[in-house]
Each structure stands twice: as C-alpha cells, then as structure tokens.
Design a binder for this molecule. Structure first.
Ligand SMILES: *Cc1c(COP(=O)(O)O)cnc(C)c1O
Length: 405
C-alpha cells in the first residue's frame, strides 16, 4: 500500500516507523541513551564533519525522538520536524531562528501567556518589537506589516476567546511579501487543522496538550514546510540552546499520538454537547466556542477546521468571586491549567494562564475577570454536564440565602 494514500487515522499509528529495522518490535523501542559509540576515530570524524549519516549525541538526535519527528512531518504535511522539551522551547527556537535584533513580529490578537512573556523579553533585551494586529482581512494584514517585519506569528483559535484567524488570508499576503508565517496549532491538534497545507511555513504544538493527551508529558513539536530550515534550527537554536526532548517523553508521545484521532472525536462530541448546555444556562453570559453559530468566527472555523475542538470559554454571569466560588463547587471537573487531557479541566485565565498579561492588554484580548475556560475531557458528557449543573445550583442557593439574610 502506497504511503501516499494513507489517511490521517493510519498515519498517526504507522508513519515514520518500520518494525523490520528494529527486531520486529511492534512499538518503537526506547533509545534511552545520551551518546553513541563510533567504531573507529575516522567514523567520528566523518560524522562530525557531516560527511556520514549517523547519531553522535542525543542533544543532536535520537532514534526514538526521530520516529516522533518523522510521524509529525507526515501528519502535518511538512518536510521535517523537530521535537523539544516543551512547547515554549519550540516557540523560542523558531523565533530566535527567524529574528534578529531590530526586527518586528506581527502577532495575532492574543497569544499564550508565556509566548507573551517571551515577546516582552525579546523586546526588552534584543529590541525585537511586536504588534498584536488585526488580521481579519488582507488589507488589515498588509497594514500591520512594517519594513522590518520578519515574521507573522499566529494562534488560532486564539486562547482563550476562541477567535479564529483566517489562515488562507494571512498566508496569501505573507507568501506574496516573503514573510514567514508561524502557527501555534496546539488548540486544534493536527487532526482538526493543518496550517502548512494553507501556506504557513512553520507549525508548532505544545505536545503537552492533545498530542500527549494523558497529562503526563511536557513537550513541544515544530514542523516546517522546508527541510533546510529544520536542519538549521537543529544545528543552531536547538543544539546550542539545548531545549531537547527526552527519548522517554518521545516514546510517551508516540503512544499518545496513536489515539489522537479517536480521542479528538470524543473531545469534539463532548464539547458540542457541553457548549449547547452552557449557552442556555442563566449563569452564563456568553460562550466562546467556534462551533457556536453566533460566534463571530463561525464561518472561518467552518472553512478551516475539520471540527470545532474541545475547548469552550464562557463568561460567568456574576462577579469574579462568584466565578471562583463556582469553580470550587465542581467535583468531577478539576481546577488546573493545561488542556487536551482525558480529564475535564477548568481554569480562570485572568488569574492563571494570562495573569502575566497587564490588565489593559488583557481586556483588549477579551479576557474579563469572569471568563472561565473549560477543556472538555473524555468522560461521559452527561457526567460533565451534571457536575456543572450541581455547581451552578450551589451558587444559586448561596445567592438566594444571602438575599434572605
Ligand atoms: C501550553 C501551550 C504552550 C506552551 O507549551 P508548554 O508545553 O507548556 O511549554 C504554547 N501555546 C499554547 C497555545 C499552549 O496551550
């Protein structure tokens, strides 16, 4: 069977691995080694000179990690990939590769909290400036680009408001102007959207989230349209800064990836039902879910994503204290940052993931003090709904009691 014709659900299980090369081992072996022996000095010399293929030292490459990298290239549709010790190591490696002192970055209006921190640091220390730009039309994208713009960095859906950026529009303008586009695809996972196929140059993931899927690994993955850029990043920002992935984490991520398609379908099924439930609840002022027909980005999401994803944000109809009291009443749903795990998780962006963002910027990003973000897990959706329901009821009861007294 030609590998060209294989579908996503098959690629996440098989691509990048040939058991015949590994004693028939069904599962990719774990190469838990720091270094590799050379059979003679000349072999070492050739490998260091780049005249011969082969492993040297695990900061430069590892066979288990390579299976994961090759699998990611296949499922995102890139030429090559690189694994990192965290999503942030992937973000910083690609940005430090693309940018130099004095450059400018155009960003989506809203980025992951630590990416925001990194952008601030780059500005302060290296005079690399950034702008959170309106990217809603070709005109708007063009207007945001300065003579020193060296990269467009996009998250879509945007965390936590679920606003969607039209990747085709952004990439069309950027490709014409020769500006590389980097997309943080963590929220969608490769199952729901493939930015490289829409014209992006780099796609990255916090593998900690849907790719791992079990809340037991921190990791990052970067996939590039062009293999040469990955070779360069491997030998510069990865080799010299050193944010590499451990072989064991790559092994766990390979295991997680095998079930990505089935897990994502359940995440999406559950999220659709929970979004429907939340939207009608009197304690919910508004929901932010790409699959909500009233969501401002619904049409773009429909065009660009295969399904709506497993994340829902909602504005609690009350005070910040009441929203926090609601979180405390939840029993099944756990209070935790991160997302994409089997367990349903809830967090309060203003005081947790986005607490580093100054208040004014946070308000601009649409992150109010009553916004809550739910990562819908793989449990029975009825149990998730019943947990939300009992917590809402407790808040209602305590509000009623306060009124009486
Ligand atoms: C979690 C996350 C990151 C950072 O990844 P780590 O693995 O925690 O370093 C980056 N972007 C998005 C959208 C994330 O959710």
């Amino acid at each position: 069977m030609s590998t060209e014709k294989r579908r996503f659900e098959t690629e996440v299980i098989h691509s990048g691995y040939d058991s015949k090369k590994y004693e028939g081992s069904l599962t990719p072996p774990l190469f838990q080694t720091s270094t590799y022996t050379f059979s003679h000095a000349a072999e070492g010399e050739r490998r260091f000179a780049g005249d011969e293929e082969g492993y040297i030292y695990s900061r430069l490459g590892n066979p288990t990690v390579k299976v994961l990298e090759d699998r990611m290239s296949a499922i995102e549709g890139g030429e090559a990939s690189l694994a990192f010790g965290s999503g942030m190591a992937a973000v910083s490696a690609v940005l430090f590769y693309l940018l130099k002192s004095g450059d400018h970055i155009v960003c989506s209006k809203g980025v992951y909290g630590c990416t925001f921190g990194l952008l601030e640091m780059m500005e302060e220390k290296f005079a690399i400036t950034h702008e959170f730009a309106d990217l809603s039309s070709e005109e708007a994208v063009k207007q945001s680009i300065l003579p020193n713009t060296a990269c467009i960095y996009v998250e879509t859906p945007i965390n936590p408001t679920m606003e969607i950026i039209d990747l085709e529009v952004v990439c069309r303008v950027a490709n014409e102007m020769g500006i590389p586009v980097v997309v943080d695809n963590t929220f969608s996972s490769p199952y729901l959207q493939n930015p490289l196929k829409m014209g992006a140059d780099f796609v990255l993931h916090s593998a900690t989230k849907y790719i791992g899927g079990h809340g037991d690994v921190i990791g990052g993955l970067l996939v590039a349209k062009a293999a040469e850029s990955i070779t360069e990043i491997r030998m510069t920002t990865q080799k010299d800064i050193g944010g590499i992935m451990s072989p064991f984490d790559a092994w766990l991520l390979l295991r997680g990836l095998k079930t990505l398609a089935v897990r994502m379908d359940r995440h999406c099924d559950n999220a659709e039902k929970i979004a429907h439930y939340l939207k009608k609840h009197p304690f919910v002022r508004s929901i932010y879910f790409p699959g909500d027909i009233d969501h401002p980005s619904y049409a773009i999401a429909e065009k660009q994503m295969n399904r709506w994803g497993g994340l829902i944000s909602f504005d609690f109809n009350g005070t910040k204290e009441l929203a926090q009291a609601f979180m405390d009443e939840l029993k099944l749903i756990k209070i935790a940052v991160s997302l994409g795990d089997a367990e349903t998780l809830i967090q309060h962006p203003a005081t947790m993931t986005h607490s580093v963002v100054p208040e004014a910027t946070r308000q601009e990003m649409g992150i109010s003090d009553t916004l809550l973000r739910l990562s819908v897990g793989l449990e029975s959706w009825e149990d998730i709904k019943e947990d939300l329901d009992q917590a809402f009821s407790k808040i209602e009861e305590s509000a009623a009691m306060k009124q009486e007294s």
